[in-house]
Design a protein around this ligand. Structure first.
Ligand code: FAD
Length: 372
C-alpha cells in the first residue's frame, strides 16, 4: 500500500510516522518545507483537560498521553529531543495603564514587572506541558523517515479521480501525476484548496502573531495573560518559556487574507510592535531582550470549530485531517495515529472519530475561494 500525504505540518508528520510504524509505504509532499507554517510557529503548549466537556475531550486526553510516550520512547530509541517538559501554568493580569504591585501576589515571579500580577494557577505539571513545535514536527518527520517514509518538496495542485469520480487515484504534484492507494489532505488552512478537487467542507485560516526572545526566565511557568491596554481594551497573549533558553509570546489574531503560497505569510502592519509593547507591560526585562524571530501564521479552523478527521465523503481512497484550530500541536499524535488506523485497518480503537466526520458539514463552494 502506498499513501501520499499532502502537507508537512504536524498533522502530516504524525500521520506519516504512525503509517510508517505500521509498515506502510508513505510519501509526504510539502510545498515550502516541513514545519514552515503554523506547526513551526505555534506555542507548543499542551493541556490534558482543557478540552474536557467538548467533543475534543477524548482526542485531547489521548494525545496528551501520547506526547509523553513519544518524548520518552523516541528520545531513547532515536535520541530525538524537542524540549518536551511538564510545566505549571498560571493566569496573569497586567496593565499598560496601572501599576498592580499593590495587589497581593499569589506567588511572585521575579521576571514579571510591577504592572503584572499572578492571578491563579490554571495548570499543574501533571496537566500541562510544552514543547518546541518546529523541533517536534521535524522530529516526528525524522522518525517517520527512519521507518522508511519519504519527504519531497512539491506543490499539490489537484487530485485525479477514477472515471466514475468515486475513487481518488493520484495527486497532481508540480504538473505530474503521482498515483497512490490512499491520499491524505493535511495542508492545514491551505486544505481549502482541496475543496476544488474533492467534496470537502470549508477550512479557514485565522492569523496569529508571535515573537521569540532570547530570554531565559528564572522559572518555566507558561502564562496566559489578560492585559488592560492604554486604550482600555483587553488583550490575551500567551507566554511559553522554552527549554532552550528562549521565550515565545503569541497573540493578536486577525482575519487577514491568507496567501496561496505558505512561504508568503507576513505579519500585519504594526502587529509585532504592538506585541512588543504588550510584552513590556508584563515583563520589561523580556521586552528589552534580543528578538530571535518575529512572525505570523494561520491556524486552520472549520465552521463548527471541530477538526475534520476521516474519509472524504463519496470518494474512496481520499482522507482529510485538518482544522485543529488552537490545539493542533496537542492533537497531532492522536490524529496521526487515528488516521493510520483508519487507512490501514478501517477504524481506530483509540478515539471516537464520529464527531470529526468530514461529512457532517456541507461542501464548500470552491467559487467562494478567496486567497491572496
Ligand atoms: C500563533 C499560534 C499559536 C498556536 N499555539 C498552539 C499551542 O500552543 N498548542 C497547540 O496545540 N496548538 C497551537 N496552535 C495551533 C497549531 O499550530 C495548528 O493547529 C497546527 O500547527 C496545524 O497543523 P497542520 O499540520 O494542520 O497545518 P500547517 O502547520 O499549516 O501545515 C500545513 C502544511 O501544508 C503545506 N502546504 C500548503 N499548501 C500545500 C500544497 N499545495 N502542496 C503541498 N503542501 C502544501 C504548508 O506548507 C504547511 O507546511 C497555534 C497556532 C497559532 C497560529
Amino acid at each position: 500500500m502506498h499513501v501520499l500525504i499532502c502537507g508537512g505540518g504536524v498533522i502530516g508528520a504524525c500521520t506519516a510516522y504512525y503509517l510508517a510504524h505500521k509498515g506502510v509505504d508513505v510519501t509526504v509532499i510539502e510545498r515550502s518545507g516541513v514545519a514552515n507554517a503554523a506547526s513551526g510557529k505555534s506555542g507548543g503548549f499542551l493541556a490534558l483537560d482543557w478540552c474536557d466537556g467538548s467533543e475534543m475531550e477524548l482526542l485531547a486526553r489521548h494525545s496528551f498521553a501520547l506526547h509523553q510516550e513519544l518524548a520518552t520512547e523516541l528520545g531513547r530509541e532515536l535520541q530525538l529531543d524537542w524540549g518536551y517538559r511538564q510545566v505549571e501554568t498560571l493566569s496573569v493580569v497586567a496593565s499598560q495603564q496601572r501599576d498592580l504591585q499593590s495587589l497581593a501576589r499569589q506567588s511572585a515571579l521575579d521576571w514579571l514587572g510591577p504592572a503584572a500580577h499572578v492571578h491563579d494557577r490554571i495548570g499543574s505539571p501533571a496537566t500541562t506541558a510544552q514543547l518546541d513545535p518546529e523541533r517536534f514536527t521535524k522530529g516526528m518527520m525524522d522518525a517517520a523517515r527512519q521507518k522508511g517514509a519519504q519527504v519531497q518538496v512539491g506543490t499539490v495542485e489537484g487530485i485525479e479521480l477514477s472515471e466514475d469520480g468515486q475513487l481518488a487515484t493520484a495527486a497532481i504534484v508540480d504538473g505530474e501525476s503521482r498515483p497512490a492507494d490512499a491520499l491524505v489532505i493535511a495542508m492545514g488552512p491551505w486544505s481549502i484548496l482541496a475543496c476544488a478537487w474533492l467534496p470537502l467542507p470549508g477550512i479557514f485560516g485565522i492569523k496569529g502573531h508571535s515573537i521569540i526572545y532570547r530570554f531565559e526566565p528564572s522559572s518555566n511557568q507558561t502564562l496566559f495573560l489578560e492585559i488592560e491596554t492604554t486604550e482600555g481594551q483587553i488583550e490575551n497573549p500567551e507566554v511559553v518559556p522554552r527549554a532552550d533558553g528562549t521565550t515565545y509570546i503569541c497573540g493578536l489574531s486577525s482575519q487577514a487574507l491568507m496567501p496561496v503560497d505558505p512561504a508568503s505569510v507576513e505579519s500585519d502592519e504594526g502587529a509585532i510592535e504592538r506585541l512588543r509593547e504588550l510584552t513590556a507591560a508584563f515583563s520589561p526585562q523580556m521586552a528589552t531582550s534580543q528578538v530571535l524571530a518575529s512572525q505570523a501564521c494561520h491556524r486552520p479552523v472549520t465552521e463548527d470549530g471541530l477538526p475534520l478527521i476521516g474519509a472524504v465523503p463519496e470518494v474512496g481512497g481520499a482522507y482529510v485531517a485538518t482544522g485543529h484550530g488552537v490545539w493542533g500541536m496537542l492533537n497531532g499524535p492522536a490524529t496521526g495515529q487515528a488516521m493510520a488506523d483508519l487507512i490501514v485497518d478501517g477504524s481506530t480503537p483509540h478515539v471516537d472519530l464520529a464527531p470529526f466526520n468530514p461529512g457532517r458539514l456541507a461542501r464548500f463552494d470552491p467559487d467562494r475561494l478567496n486567497l491572496r
